[in-house]
Design a protein around this ligand. Structure first.
Ligand code: DGT
Ligand code: CA
Ligand code: CA
Ligand code: ZN
Length: 580
């Protein structure tokens, strides 16, 4: 299916038109792009039938349908090529800077000839931007503050965007005859929130056969290189590296390529202290070997077929991949102090979810059913209360929330699990909660989240004030970050965690892969301070409840055990925590 590819072209078209100050048309292109992207069958097949068939898609008018057909017939859209020539800018990168939209890009190109992020940064540093009509020192300052973030964001992908591809690669390799075992290693196996590339590993005695099959990966766009036991390609704009290793070296390769690099350095030093040599081929006893450095495989092989053998040779238990970041995990393992990490099965319910009462897409009943299907003990309904940063009229008034309570009561009668009725209240720029205390006191559970003033930088006092509010039970997505889009609030997590622990308020790990907020490091600060965390999906539909997986692994990156996680408690335990 090439729907996403076509949608991207149309979106680029929309951006370029907007940059040239064309009104109305850009939105028509964007709506068409959305509907083509979501269309359940292949756009290239419709295009082969002609313009009328493409025009059957909702919101795709004659003009756009013609361009889609042109794209498949000629490989390009002439008008788009002309726009590109007229405005040769790196639109995708430039609009990644917060506050810079296509119009700004158009103006900065006209006035200053800016086409790239580097040029944008240089112009801001030279004070040229504030001289442009319609811009001022504040805009320039804003660009300076956000341009580096935008550059980093271009280098790494969100875990949630790459995980499905990685899963595809793994199951594809699993299905190749010559492959005995396949795994994804690297940062994906460690569940890092952003990903540089995908590291696939296959055990086989026939490298060339596996590499051949890998080149035919259905998601592959372009081959980068291929050898007998190694290959790299681009798939969905992500680089995928494959290494084929002999089955008896699979454990050592998996350990090595899982990383992190820093974790491996600590292990290798521990190996040296024990007269051992450790690398992707195994662990070797080199105490009687003089030229061990000259050979990858030297001395007596102690282990390497399994990952457990690698750690065992160093007198260590297997360290869970999420901990392998050189944050004291090797020392903890050596002392028998590794945490007994929380698992997905420990989670008994979601504390932060939405329904169609606010901006969710499903009814209370459907969401509750989704929770029941996932085997949960309880489910919390926490729709948006009106307040700063809550989009349009999606936020509920006090009256709406009270009306919703009646519906919840009726769903409760038939439900197989407990339902807690709550609200997602708003933390304003001063840390005050913008919903009345009266209403909050009537509800079972209160999640409070910052939705506005998310670019104000240092915000520890603000969030401390929110967690100290007597009615707040959970601080939702504390920093408000959106990975690769918005850095979010700058928070001293040690201080926030102490305040949360003292106030008996849980800190959310928002499991939406665009957020993962708190991140692993912040969870670690929470756990160390004795604060309680909650793994919530913020689901707006039943399938999104499955994002809990990303939250659980983020909790694990923060060394969280079940006892640290509020929604690993049973309903009584939860009630007890939120009662006071
Ligand atoms: P990424 O791709 O930037 O998200 O992060 P990783 O951790 O997947 O890093 P990557 O893809 O460069 O390499 C995969 C693993 O291979 C890495 O975590 C550890 C191992 N590795 C790669 N290069 C080296 C190296 O020079 N020394 C050591 N000790 N390990 C390495
Ligand atoms: Ca990688
Ligand atoms: Ca790599
Ligand atoms: Zn929410």
């Amino acid at each position: 299916m090439r729907n996403a590819e076509v949608a991207e072209r149309l979106e680029e078209f929309a951006d370029l038109l907007e940059a040239k100050d064309v009104s109305y048309k850009p939105n028509a292109y964007r709506r068409a792009a959305d509907n083509i992207r979501d269309y359940p069958s292949a756009i290239e097949e419709l295009a082969a039938e002609g313009e009328d068939a493409v025009g059957e898609i909702d919101r795709v008018g004659d003009a756009i349908a013609a361009k889609v057909v042109e794209y498949f017939e000629t490989g390009e859209i002439e008008e788009l090529e002309e726009l590109r020539e007229d405005l040769p800018v790196d639109m995708e990168a430039l609009t990644r800077v917060e506050g810079v939209g296509p119009k700004t890009v158009g103006t900065l190109y006209e006035e200053l000839g800016i086409t790239t992020l580097d040029e944008l940064k240089a112009a801001a540093e030279a004070g040229e931007i504030q001289e442009v009509k319609g811009f001022g020192p504040k805009t320039e300052q804003n660009i300076l503050e956000n341009v580096d973030f935008a550059r980093q964001a271009g280098e790494r992908e969100r875990l949630g965007d790459v995980k499905p591809l990685a899963d595809d690669v793994r199951s594809y390799l699993d299905g190749v005859d010559a492959v005995e075992r396949a795994e994804i290693a690297g940062s994906i196996r460690r569940w890092k929130d952003t990903i540089g590339d995908v590291d696939a590993l296959a055990a086989s005695t026939d490298g060339p056969a596996v590499v051949d099959a890998f080149e035919d990966l259905p998601n592959a766009d372009e081959l980068i290189e291929a050898g007998d036991t190694k290959a790299s390609l681009w798939a969905n704009d992500v680089r995928v590296d494959l290494r084929v290793v002999s089955p008896d070296e699979f454990g050592s390769a998996l350990q090595y390529f899982t990383g992190s690099k820093d974790h491996n350095v600590v292990l290798r030093n521990r190996a040296i202290d024990r007269g051992l040599k450790m690398n992707e081929y195994g662990v070797f006893d080199v105490s009687d070997v003089s030229d061990a450095d000259d050979h990858q495989r030297a001395g007596d092989r102690v282990g390497g077929e399994t990952e457990a053998e690698m750690y065992d040779a160093l007198d260590l238990p297997v360290i869970p991949p999420e901990l392998r970041e050189d944050n004291g995990e090797v020392e903890a393992a050596a002392n028998g102090n590794l945490p007994d990490l929380v698992e997905r099965g420990d989670v008994r319910g979601d504390l932060h979810t939405h329904t169609d009462w606010s901006d969710g897409s499903n009814t209370v009943e459907e969401m509750v059913e989704g929770a029941a299907e996932r085997g949960y003990d309880y489910h919390c309904v926490t729709d948006h209360a009106e307040g700063p940063g809550v989009f349009g009229d999606t936020g509920l008034s006090d009256d709406d929330v009270r009306e919703q309570a009646d519906e919840i009561e009726s769903v409760r009668d038939d439900a197989d699990l407990e339902i807690f009725h709550g609200v997602e209240a708003n933390v304003d720029a001063d840390g005050d909660i913008t919903t009345s205390d009266d209403l909050l006191a009537e509800l079972d559970i209160v999640v409070a989240s910052p939705h506005a003033a998310l670019d104000q930088g240092e915000a520890t006092d603000r969030l401390v004030r929110a967690v100290e509010h007597p009615e707040v039970d959970v601080l939702g997505h504390p920093t408000g970050r959106l990975i690769n889009e918005r850095p979010g609030l700058d928070v001293d997590f040690d201080r926030l965690a102490e305040a949360a622990a003292a106030a008996g308020t849980a800190l959310e790990i928002n499991a939406n892969p665009a957020r993962l907020d708190l991140n692993g490091d912040a969870v670690r600060a929470a756990v160390d301070a004795g604060a309680t965390v909650a793994v919530n999906t913020d689901a707006h539909s039943p399938p999104e409840l499955d994002n809990v997986e990303f939250g659980v692994h983020t909790a694990r990156r923060g060394w969280a055990e079940p006892a640290d996680v509020l929604n690993a408690r049973d309903a009584d335990g939860l009630r007890e925590f939120i009662a006071d």
